[in-house]
Design a protein. Structure first.
Length: 230
């Protein structure tokens, strides 16, 4: 009986994990689609957004992820609405960058980002190696990189921008695997036992993975754009 109970528990946990992952990746994919649709609709107007509206959008773009993270685990429905709102705002912001690139460059960056993301998220799900150390190192590197990028805004060095973009791709590649493993562990430790809402955790995970994918895409887009300009 004990063996049967243990086997049933393992099967139920596996089914619950699969359901959680399906929900998380489904919402993450929806967020990407919303961003792409918003960017396309904005670009179709043929006008770049500038001035005060652009500054307001950028400020909201940096603040909303914190809102989504906070609300997701407390109020999953509100967190989901905030996630979709953030993805729409992201598409609006991305459209201002897209004017600088060709359709071929955008397509190449998207396909490359998708390939890296899928590969690393599979590694994050199946590896038995603890990726906490890699995640901490990647986060530390990201903080340093952000500071260096802000300094480069004043230096305006194309070479430094190119190098930073390559480093950023490596950082978000590592973070994709780390975040995937982290969400799986959070489900096993708290989601499967009811300590945390599974829907809320799925929204939270969708946001983390969405941001990893989007940053991979943006950095690859910059690399392809700078490479073609040479």
């Amino acid at each position: 009986m004990d063996n049967f109970s243990n086997e049933r528990r393992v099967v139920n946990n596996a089914a619950g994990l699969n359901s959680f992952l399906t929900k998380m990746y489904g919402w993450m994919s929806l967020a990407v689609l919303v961003s792409a649709a918003t960017a396309f609709l904005t670009l179709s107007t043929g006008q770049a957004v500038t001035g005060g509206a652009m500054w307001i959008a950028f400020i909201a773009w940096f603040i909303l992820p914190f809102v989504v993270s906070f609300q997701a685990l407390k109020r999953p429905t509100l967190g989901f609405v905030a996630l979709i709102g953030y993805s729409a705002l992201s598409g609006f912001v991305f459209s201002t960058f897209a004017f600088r690139y060709t359709g071929a460059q955008i397509a190449s960056a998207f396909v490359s980002a998708s390939a890296i993301f899928i590969t690393m998220t599979i590694i994050g799900l199946v590896t038995r190696k603890n990726l906490d150390k890699i995640g901490r190192q990647a986060m530390a590197a990201l903080i340093g990189l952000i500071v260096a990028m802000i300094i480069n805004i004043f230096l305006q060095s194309t070479m430094i921008t190119f190098v930073f973009s390559i480093i950023a791709v490596l950082v978000f590649t590592a973070l994709t695997a780390y975040d995937t493993q982290k969400m799986k562990e959070m489900y096993n430790q708290a989601g499967s036992t009811g300590q945390i809402s599974v829907s809320g955790l799925a929204v939270f995970g969708a946001l983390q993975l969405y941001m990893d994918f989007v940053n991979l895409f943006l950095q690859l887009l910059q690399i392809f754009g700078l490479s073609d300009d040479r």
